[in-house]
Ligand binder design. Sequence first.
Ligand SMILES: [Zn+2]
Length: 257
Amino acid sequence: MAANDPGQPPLSAGAAGWSANLPVPASALAIGAHPDDVEFGAGGTLAKWAAAGCVVHHLVCTDGSKGSWDPAADLSELVARRQREQREAARRLAGDRSGGVVFLGRVDGELDCDRTTRGDVVRVIRALRPAVVLGHDPWKRYRLHPDHRNAGVLACEAIVAARDPHFHPEHGLEPHRPSALLLWEADQPSHVEDVTTMVERKLFALAAHESQFESTMKAVDDDQLDAFRAGIVARLAELGAPHGFAAAEVFALVTDL
Ligand SMILES: [Zn+2]
């Protein structure tokens, strides 16, 4: 059953007021600020859905050009490398169900949620017509990185504009209303996805982002990479435990779209 089937109860009950395990959608669009954010936030969920037939699309808002601690790094090479890594990560997550990666190409660290940028996200939503959209929670308290906050705002506001016909008629695209929005790193998570069978696949996809081993994953040798992986495994287990899952990702779920 697709998540946008009208009249169907979309969710199973989770622990104590939580919902659990959306029905596998026909298609999903994950909107991240940087290459690797989607794998961290929702990699297990997307891999699980892809294995069940969902087409998984990625939209990456910035070019990742701040993703190096080397002051002398060749930034155009870094951007190209991160695009290659992101495409590989998308393939690792979804295999032949990967719908590919759209790169918005905004400068890393300078993502705005102005109308022009929002319009670009709207165009992607209307073109790809995902049943479920996933993104950063822009209301996460004490979040410092502006790109994560702004990418979250863009995802939320673009859903509104994509569904209403008088926004961006210049696109020449039909409006589209997704059935659900899942926000990762949620300030108040309300929904859990069991990713017990997809932990290794999430780690495999994260490992595609080799340029980020030093800066994001703090791992420049095998022992540190093992520690990084162990940290992810422990976190997924911690998130799943209250719900009876060996590993889980959690989200704020919005269905009133
Ligand atoms: Zn990021």
